[in-house]
Write a protein that binds this ligand. Structure first.
Ligand code: MG
Ligand code: MG
Length: 256
């Protein structure tokens, strides 16, 4: 069942969303050569604590991993698609691209967002990969309106990505969000004819998150059971926003 939220609930989700934005905005500024991914983690965790929020990712576990995720951020560098772990040893260098994904729970409601940022001199292809991924998210957000269907979102991402010669990751999907970080529906970044195509309604809140590979769509998970990487070793980019569907159109909760 897809849980719809009333205006009072959306206002609470707005608070979570703005905190996530504030954190990512700070981390975006921090990213640079010589910065380690644990530096980003430490800053993010402090901002969450200071705001009285609970990190959504730390302690999160899935049946597939069987372990609790130990960090408040997922930091996924270059060929890492999602769920990369911050590490003191992972020091950013020029030419890297880093996806930073984070979520918080505040006043009972979740917010979830991700950005991908280039470090120093990034190749034209990597820059284009980030741009196309970000564009596909913006175009999908425009489809988050009452009366449309889920596949309008999925298909919009898929078409923009493939038209630009890149590929969408199929093993990981966006999701509904609210009092749970992952609610129904699942939101693949392609049209999956086997899954349902519900009509979008006012009060639904969706975490839309294109994950896009520069090369082939294939992915595998590292022995740490979390870090998803591209099979062909090429770069991958990821952007995400938490979006409420309102009568006036899409309301992106995770930016001002
Ligand atoms: Mg996320
Ligand atoms: Mg998400």
């Amino acid at each position: 069942m897809i849980v719809r939220k009333n205006m009072a609930e959306l206002e609470k989700m707005r608070c979570s969303g703005l905190l996530v934005w504030k954190i990512l905005d700070e981390l975006r500024r921090m990213v640079g050569e010589g910065v380690s991914t644990i530096d980003l983690e430490v800053t993010a965790e402090k901002m969450m604590t200071d705001a009285g929020a609970r990190p959504a990712f730390k302690g999160y576990s899935t049946p597939a991993t069987g372990t609790k995720f130990p960090f408040v951020l997922c930091t996924s560098v270059n060929d890492e698609i999602v769920h990369g772990m911050p590490s003191q040893k992972k020091v950013l260098k020029s030419g890297d691209i880093i996806s930073i994904d984070t979520g918080v729970q505040l006043n009972g409601y979740y917010g979830d967002s991700a950005i991908t940022v280039g470090v120093g001199e990034v190749s034209p292809e990597a820059r284009r990969l980030m741009e196309v991924t970000r564009e596909s998210l913006e175009m999908a957000i425009e489809k988050a309106r009452p009366g449309n269907r889920l596949f309008d979102i999925c298909g919009t991402v898929e078409r923009h990505v493939t038209a630009n010669g890149f590929s969408v990751v199929r093993e990981f999907v966006g999701h509904g969000i609210g009092t749970q970080m992952h609610e129904e529906p699942q939101i693949p970044n392609y049209v999956d004819r086997r899954s349902e195509n519900p009509r979008l309604k006012e009060g639904m809140v969706l975490a839309i998150e294109p994950m896009v590979n520069a090369g082939k769509p294939g992915s595998r998970v590292r022995p740490d059971k979390w870090t998803a990487v591209t099979e062909d070793g090429k770069y991958s980019a990821h952007f995400e926003h938490t979006v409420a569907i309102t009568a006036e159109g899409p309301w992106v909760l995770t930016r001002p």
